[in-house]
Design a protein. Structure first.
Length: 88
């Protein structure tokens, strides 16, 4: 049963990262009108998505290894949101 917990957790992290990517790309279309700026902004979206996934994968492996790393998903979500707002 513990395996399904980790699978569910990984899926939720993936959905969170994909949602952030979709919001970022939508903001790209709504706020940026220059093709060069759009290209740079889209690269920023992709970088944010990769960073989101790698951070979540790292946390997931810590939990799989049985580490009691005292950091919640909410903290990482708030951290990613702060980085995203800083990029925009």
């Amino acid at each position: 049963m513990l395996v399904w917990f980790y699978v569910d957790l990984a899926f939720e992290m993936w959905v969170s990262c994909v949602t952030e990517l979709i919001v970022c790309v939508l903001l790209d279309f709504l706020l940026v009108d220059s093709p060069l700026s759009s290209c740079c902004f889209s690269f920023g979206c992709l970088s944010l998505f990769v960073g989101c996934l790698s951070l979540d994968v790292f946390l997931w492996f810590l939990w799989c290894l049985g580490s009691d790393f005292p950091v919640s998903l909410l903290f990482f979500d708030l951290f990613r949101f702060a980085v995203y707002v800083g990029l925009v």
